[in-house]
Design a protein around this ligand. Structure first.
Ligand code: ADP
Length: 408
């Protein structure tokens, strides 16, 4: 691209110079007359009114300041007056190539090289029969220098833009690869975590089944502990694989089925929660301020509330207390599930929504947790265009606050 621009510029500069030279060859007599006038130094001769004088003709009215004419006799001697210090003396008439434009160089008295475009033509002038050849010379040194300056500027600008585009493309390539890499990392850790979670129940199962084999004559009753424990692990694995399947399916994005949900839905759900709380020896305080119909995905909402309620039950002590508040604003549904359990440290708050993250791995596994509940809750709130946050409850415990889009 740069080369093309530079070539076009060079061509543009020289084409106008060459045009002037071609015009000069067509009006060569005018140039000869003009050169000879200078020669004789007769200023009066320039008078346009002097009839019959060759000097009345202006050379095309376009003779540029940097144009010179060198006239030669038949022996190729210069016949017109040229400044003694001018490098024009070093210009050679191209007699073997008459009419063709040539490029020539000559050193001036300061030792600098001047550049010229020249054309030599045969002359047959009635006023100056001694003049046999004329070379029209245009000094292109300044044009060349200006051209060189433009070339330098263009090349510098091109290099700067080239560097900017390289840096931008490297940055964009990295930027566009980031979500793919992130997804890849997520998938990898998902598979790693899932296999890790399955390893423990499988090891327990293997252990228990092997112990059954070691006592082949034992009755089912005698082996009931091993069988019960194996069954428990199988149940755990089923739950885990179901959760994993749900998560994997929903990774492609949950498609909520928005329907109208009546306020009675909350009352019914909370009745069930009250029963579970009672069975677990917890006190449940409910504040239901939903007084209008809302539009949301009923199944997802129930799943979300159950995850939070389940955790509140799991992570409070024997006679713990749980508070569920739900209310509507003009456009949202606000749900808060609080408990006076062990609470969540600030570092854990940042990670509990990650898949498989459990604060106390050993303890939560006893409680049947895989660290998937809150990541599912987050997925659900995202799909329902909402948010979920966790806060401390004073003096102790945790509050999960959910805000969902729930228009009328
Ligand atoms: P899990 O199935 O292990 O409960 P979750 O994703 O639901 O997985 O929760 C992740 C972790 O967050 C849990 O292991 C637990 O340590 C912590 N957590 C969740 N809810 C509460 C709560 N209400 N109080 C204290 N800790 C909680």
């Amino acid at each position: 691209m740069t080369v093309i621009i530079i070539q076009v510029m060079r061509f543009g500069i020289y084409s106008s110079v060459d045009d002037s030279l071609k015009k000069a060859t067509k009006n060569i007599d005018d140039y000869v007359n003009m050169a000879m006038v200078r020669n004789t130094m007769v200023s009066d001769a320039m008078d346009e009114d002097s009839e019959g004088s060759p000097f009345k003709i202006k050379p095309d009215g376009q003779m540029a300041a940097n144009t010179d004419t060198i006239l030669y006799d038949k022996k190729h001697n210069v016949v017109n007056n040229i400044n003694a210090f001018s490098p024009l003396y070093r210009i050679h008439p191209k007699l073997h190539n008459l009419g063709a434009i040539a490029e020539q160089r000559a050193k001036n008295i300061y030792g600098q090289t001047e550049k010229y475009r020249t054309v030599t033509v045969k002359v047959d002038n009635a006023f100056y029969p001694q003049v046999k050849f004329a070379t029209i010379v245009i000094n292109t040194t300044q044009l060349e220098e200006a051209n060189q300056r433009y070339v330098t500027i263009i090349i510098s600008v091109m290099i700067v833009f080239w560097l900017i585009s390289v840096i931008a493309s490297v940055y964009l390539a990295k930027w566009s690869r980031r979500p793919i890499l992130e997804n890849y990392e997520k998938q990898k850790s998902f598979v790693e975590n899932a296999s890790h979670e399955l390893r423990t129940p499988l090891a327990v199962l293997q252990n228990r089944l092997e112990s059954l084999f070691r006592k082949p004559e034992a009755t089912i009753l005698e082996s009931s502990e091993s069988i019960a424990s194996s069954l428990e692990e199988v149940r755990n694995m089923r739950m885990l694989t179901t959760n994993l399947l749900n998560l994997a399916r929903r990774d492609d994005g949950i498609e909520p089925e928005i329907t109208e949900v009546n306020p009675s839905f909350f009352d019914d759900t909370f009745k069930n929660y009250a029963m579970i709380a009672q069975e677990s020896g917890k006190t449940l305080h409910i504040t239901n301020k939903v007084s209008r119909q809302i539009k949301t995905d009923k199944t997802l909402l129930k799943q979300l509330m159950t995850i939070l309620f389940d955790n509140a039950v799991k992570y409070t002590d024997q006679d713990g207390e749980i508070w569920i508040d739900v209310k509507t604003t003009d456009r949202s549904l606000i749900l808060s599930v609080a408990d006076n359990g062990q609470g969540i440290s600030d570092t854990d708050k940042k990670r509990i929504f990650d898949r498989f993250y459990r604060v106390d791995k050993a303890r939560t596994r006893q409680k049947g947790g895989f660290g998937l509940g809150l990541s599912l809750a987050k997925q659900i709130t995202d799909s329902l265009k909402g948010s979920i946050i966790v806060k401390d409850k004073k003096p102790q415990g945790a509050i999960f606050e959910v805000r969902l889009a729930a228009s009328k």
